[in-house]
Design a protein around this ligand. Structure first.
Ligand code: NAI
Length: 687
């Protein structure tokens, strides 16, 4: 569905000193929750408004601004879905035509950047002669490369001319490829994006006053030409970042860097604009951008709607408990405390663990105070409402308790049984298990309907995904509470069935199995990692194993094997890895070289031939496709879109693959294996 249409409204305030001015305001008739986007109709509205202004010979200057909290959020992405190269070319050219008109007005123009300014919105501002920034404006970014397109309405040409190539590449490449990092007004001002940084209280008045002074000549603004002595280094660095983050799997960053280079080397502006149009006509219809639009809609819109949420009242949480105050428990405590701001009980067996947990939780609060995100007095109050205890009785009165004790069924069952003795019958019990059966954990309880899984990922504060595990006997109210918690905790909750490994670990393990098979055939770990990174994944399987830990990896494999012995064989080499007690396969002190012990003990299959990089990738993708098919057939998820959301948000798999199912469809593998795509036209999670 497309965004509401933005219109450009003109009014004509009269300044005693400068005369008649044109005040151009972008608005889509909604509040800030529907940011102003620039679709084809909006561009037509801009052209009409500029015609009107140009026809008034007494207008002395133009000020462009947005509605409250939003300047402009750039192109309407949905208009790019399924477009032909011709339509992409037409849409991009229309933007250039309208923006060029603004730039060629004969009177001074000033963009008063009052709020969120993204992509095409920022390009629009760059077409004005001058810019002011409100101190509270933001986020500000060129997110295009993150979406496998590029700033194609003059961004790659005007940003280097104004800011220099280093700052332009920072915005267009480095930030976009750092998980779409966005900046706030101060940083934007320091980069040179605006001529003045002004207080928000009278921002528009001050911006108008500046325009008046520029018109009367009372004030002039000159900008030094950017220093391009280090251009070659900046370009090399940007190309390296593109290689590191995408491994060449999407062309967009490279095309963007080439265009920035054209501008920074003093290339012709019109040629640069044409270069943008040509690049966009190729990039927008290409599979990477189309997958990115799909992924963007999944994580921005679909997951927020929580299509799985049952129609039941969530429980109000006024007292929360965490059992097991180790690595995960402490992080969970910190998160729930900050977001719910209600009394929290942290329970463990051991006073020493509790003391460590207290310093983790308080340290998190202090960090937020230092960053200006939390009031110091509020932080002290939050610290004062946490109880650290070894006694179950202190959990009495909790409306929800989440357990994060060791990953053992007997321990978890005992914890839940103990909790049932002290909690009210309708208190919710959640488990953070990453592999055990939630139903089995609840089986002996008096009220199994109150038990669900809330599978958080480590590190908890950074990882956006929450797998909301639905065991067979859970009540709708319990699930509604889980989804409400996801919202309050600002996590992306996705419903998954109570099956081994849920989604992320299951897909990763199957993927890992296919890669392990290559190693068993004699491929070097580093060659396998490189082959897999060619898919654009953030890291190779053996690099990832170093982060997860060899023992944890072997443990998850055992759990998966118990559930699905045929597809998750107990590989002897993997079990050997866990026995070594080493942190990972690579001895990083020597570079990306395996530990000698691992190299010596790894058994290569007799007579096997190593695979080519292409064969490794195909084998890994076929394994993932097969597992995704099983998950859909078993009902582990309602729809392939759920798998994609989980892999993007829980494993960092790239937008330009649309997670993974979209990619498998795009390259024809799903059709080849199953005769149909995995992502069907109808979203089955929506009912
Ligand atoms: P951990 O070993 O750091 O912490 C477990 C804590 O539970 C320890 O402090 C231990 O003293 C305590 N404990 C054991 N029995 C207890 C009992 N009866 N009552 C109260 N406390 C008890 O383990 P970690 O890594 O935090 O894992 C906890 C859970 O979270 C496991 O189920 C694990 O599978 C899951 N998980 C772990 C992730 C990770 O990356 N470590 C990621 C996602 C889930």
């Amino acid at each position: 569905m497309s965004d509401p249409v933005t219109t450009f409204k003109v009014s004509y305030p009269v300044s005693p000193s400068a005369g008649r001015l044109a005040l151009l305001t972008m608005d889509n008739g909604h509040d800030h929750t529907k940011p102003t986007t620039l679709g084809v109709d909006a561009l037509a509205s801009l052209e009409r408004a500029l015609d009107e202004v140009a026809a008034q010979s007494d207008v002395k200057g133009l000020l462009l601004t947005g509605k409250p909290f939003v300047f402009a959020a750039g192109a309407d992405l949905n208009q790019f879905a399924d477009v032909s190269p011709e339509d992409a070319r037409y849409g991009v050219s229309a933007g250039h035509d309208a923006f060029r008109r603004l730039a060629s007005l004969e009177v001074p123009t000033l963009a008063a950047i009052n709020g969120a300014t993204l992509g095409g919105g920022l390009e629009l501002a760059l077409h004005c002669d001058y810019r002011t920034l409100s101190e509270t404006a933001g986020p500000i970014a060129f997110p295009e490369v993150f979406l496998s397109i590029l700033p194609g309405w003059g961004g790659t040409q005007l940003a280097p001319r104004l800011l220099g190539s280093r700052a332009a590449l920072q915005l267009i490449i480095h930030n976009a490829l750092s998980n779409n990092r966005m900046i706030q007004a101060r940083e934007a001002f320091d980069l040179g994006l605006a001529d003045r940084l002004l207080a928000p209280v009278d921002f528009l008045e001050q911006s108008l006053a500046l325009l008046e002074r520029l018109i009367t000549g009372e004030e002039t603004i000159t900008r030094p030409a950017p220093d391009e002595r280090h251009l070659d280094e900046a370009l090399t660095e940007a190309r390296k970042v593109a290689d590191d983050r995408t491994h060449g799997a999407t062309p967009a960053p490279y095309r963007a860097i080439d265009l920035v280079e054209h501008a920074a080397r003093g290339g012709d502006l019109e040629e640069g604009r044409q270069g943008e149009i040509d690049a966009m006509a190729e990039l927008v219809p290409a599979r990477q951008a189309q997958a990115s639009i799909y992924a963007f809609n999944l994580v921005q819109s679909r997951v927020r709607k929580q299509p799985w949420k049952p129609d039941a009242e969530p429980k109000r949480l006024q007292r929360i408990g965490v059992v097991g105050a180790g690595l995960m428990g402490s992080q969970l405590g910190a998160l729930w405390l900050q977001r719910y701001q209600v009394p929290l009980v942290m329970k463990d067996l051991d006073q020493e663990v509790l003391a460590r947990s207290q310093s983790t939780i308080e340290g998190e609060l202090d960090k937020r105070v230092q960053r200006g995100r939390l009031d110091a007095a509020k932080a002290e109050w939050l610290k004062s409402v946490v109880t650290y205890t070894v006694d179950d009785a202190d959990l009495a009165g909790c409306d929800l308790v989440i357990e994060a004790v060791v990953e053992r069924m007997d321990v978890k069952k005992r914890v839940f049984a103990d909790l049932e003795r002290v909690l009210a019958p309708d208190a919710v019990l959640a488990t953070n298990t990453s592999s055990l059966s939630v139903a089995e954990m609840a089986a002996d309880l008096q009220h199994p309907e109150r038990v669900l899984g809330l599978h958080f990922f480590n590190p908890v504060s950074a990882m956006p995904l929450l797998e909301v595990v639905r065991p067979p006997h859970v009540s709708d109210g319990t699930m509604a509470t889980g989804f409400a918690a996801a919202k309050t905790l600002r996590k992306s909750g996705v419903q998954v069935a109570d099956a081994p490994g849920f989604v992320v670990n299951r897909i990763l393990m199957r993927f890992m199995g296919a890669c392990g098979d290559a190693a068993n055939r004699g491929n070097a770990f580093a060659d396998i990692d490189d082959a897999i990174k060619g898919l654009g994944l953030p890291m190779g399987p053996f690099e990832l194993l170093g982060l997860v830990g060899l023992e944890v990896g072997a443990h998850v494999l055992r759990v998966m094997h118990e559930g699905y012995p045929d597809r998750f064989p107990l590989d002897a080499n993997f079990q050997m890895l866990a026995e070594t007690g080493l942190p990972g396969v690579y001895d990083w002190d020597r570079g990306r070289v395996p530990y000698d012990e691992i190299r010596e003990r790894w058994q290569v299959l007799e007579g096997a031939e190593p695979l080519t990089p292409d064969q490794i990738r195909t084998q890994a993708l076929e394994a993932v496709a097969d597992e995704a098919r099983h998950m859909l057939d078993e009902g582990v998820v309602a729809d392939a879109r759920d798998i994609d959301t989980c892999m993007i948000l829980g494993a960092g798999w790239p937008f330009f693959n649309g997670g993974i199912c979209k990619h498998l469809d795009q390259i024809g593998l799903s059709e080849k294996l199953f005769g149909e795509p995995l992502v069907g036209p109808h979203d089955r999670a929506a009912g």
